[in-house]
Design a protein around this ligand. Structure first.
Ligand code: UDP
Length: 454
């Protein structure tokens, strides 16, 4: 086992799959550098402690009722997070205080807290307890940089967007287009503003921001983050390049898709997943199904419970659809995504462009078809299609013909060839950053040394 350095780091992820994965990957990175790890977590979406025997897990109450926990939490993530942000504050403070009191009896020193930028109370708690706090951004730096201006964009009169202006850039927030804005700002309007303001203000008081990103992807945004938030910035890379997300999966992964992929031709399969939060209608489900079937390409499709509003899984499909799907496709409730993307048979990814999925796709060199649901996914997808040009944007058209066209273009068309070439270049650049001496690798060293010096 790696030499221990006598210091312990406390981690506190937001209870969402896309936040738990990077936090546990960061835990592994820091552990491999000699730090001991304690992970405080809510009861809701508790990570599986048995998958991480080297870490200490402490559960705190989150005040959610059984009904709230059992109903589909993805139906309103913002309201769920708002509730947990209120309910978890005092249990978290008590838990952290106890740990700090106990450390005098231990041989280790607690050096800092690292938590998600979506926690609103942790900065104040860490200040009261005199513990340095680092913010983990599970978003691209460009997105966190936009937090201070998002409320202003609402008052700018951009919305509603007319058809003639839809494709115009949002000057304050490139490469976002005006048609993307309503799904970033959301329908709740001003309810978002206090959340954004608190995040900006508490991040500015923190000891630094850790981005799962790298200079090769967004050097300018990382510099800007340092200017906006006026704290040290660490771009420690796509974390899954060091440690797989598999062990932190909240759902059971259906491994049967791997032998299924083994029987497919090289780069012939399109992998389809909209992540852990996005949900769609039954009619969207049917359009995607027919788009995939008509494309005549083999596919692996994640239909997780809760993906379709009002349905558990694929029960809305008629027998005819199921038969057609089975001819060419494989449906799973949850996939070992990183393994699927790394499989030689996979040649494309129809994705919602969550930041984890986008990074995982880049690192495996898999070009994308972008179908973002909202929030930072709108920005990530613009980078994929318009800046890096490593994917095709569906522009929200969940229509069978559009999906069929995009799949064929990406997988067999000449346009797809160019996209694949650019993706290979980007994959190599990002791959270099995590290698010994690369920018992300060096940033991890700087972060570890910085924590040690606190
Ligand atoms: N994921 C997975 N299996 C699936 C779908 C997703 O393991 O079938 C993982 C994926 O590898 C990624 C995470 O779940 O690490 C999703 O995070 P992302 O930021 O892409 O999207 P979110 O779920 O937060 O919208």
């Amino acid at each position: 086992m790696e030499k221990r350095n006598g210091q312990r780091v406390i981690l506190f992820p937001l209870p969402l799959q896309g936040c738990i994965n990077p936090m546990l990957q960061l835990a592994n990175i820091l552990h491999s550098r000699g730090f001991s790890i304690t992970l405080i977590h809510t009861r809701f979406n508790a990570p599986r402690a048995s998958s991480h025997p080297l870490f200490t897990f402490l559960q705190i109450p989150d005040g959610l009722s059984e009904t709230q926990i059992n109903e589909d939490p993805t139906s309103n993530v913002m309201s769920l997070l708002a509730k947990i942000n209120v309910n978890a504050e005092s249990p978290f403070r008590d838990c952290l205080q106890k740990l700090l009191l106990l450390q005098s009896q231990e041989s280790e020193r607690i050096s800092c807290l690292i938590d998600d930028c979506g926690w609103l109370f942790t900065q104040s708690v860490s200040e009261i307890l005199n513990l340095p706090r680092f913010v983990l951004s599970t978003f691209k730096a460009t997105f966190l940089n936009a937090y201070p201006i998002l409320p202003l964009l609402r008052t700018k009169g951009y919305l509603p967007v007319s058809d003639s202006e839809a494709e115009d850039s949002v000057l304050e927030f490139p490469p976002l287009q005006k048609r993307d804005l309503s799904r970033v700002l959301g329908e709740d309007g001003e309810e978002l503003d206090p959340f954004l303001r608190t995040t900006v203000e508490t991040t500015m008081r923190s000891s630094g921001i850790i981005f799962m990103s790298c200079e090769e992807l967004e050097e300018d945004s990382l510099t800007l983050a340092n200017e906006i938030y006026k704290v040290p910035v660490f771009a420690t890379g796509p974390f899954h390049s060091y440690f797989s997300a598999s062990s932190s999966s909240l759902f059971t992964q259906d491994e049967t898709c791997i032998p299924w992929l083994d029987n497919q031709e090289d780069k012939s399969v399109i992998y389809v997943s909209l992540g852990s939060v996005v949900n769609i209608t039954e009619s969207d489900l049917s359009e995607i199904a027919w788009g995939l079937i008509n494309s005549k390409q083999p596919f692996v499709w994640v239909v997780r419970p809760g993906l379709v509003r009002g349905a558990q899984g694929i029960e809305p499909f008629s027998e005819e659809v199921v038969r057609s799907i089975e001819e060419r496709g494989k449906i799973v409730k949850w996939a070992p995504q990183q393994e699927v993307l790394a499989h030689g048979a996979v040649g494309g990814f129809l994705t919602h462009n969550g930041w984890n999925s986008t990074l995982e796709s880049i690192c495996e060199g898999v070009p994308m078809i972008c179908l973002p649901g909202g929030w930072d996914q709108m920005l990530n997808s613009r980078f994929v299609s318009d800046v890096w040009k490593v994917g095709i944007h569906l522009e929200g058209r969940i229509e069978r013909r559009e999906i069929e066209k995009a799949v064929r273009m990406l997988m067999v068309g000449s346009g797809g060839e160019k996209i694949r070439e650019r993706m290979n270049v980007l994959k190599d650049e990002v791959g270099r950053s995590v290698k010994h001496g690369g920018s992300s690798f060096r940033s991890i060293e700087t972060l570890a040394n910085h924590i040690l010096s606190l």
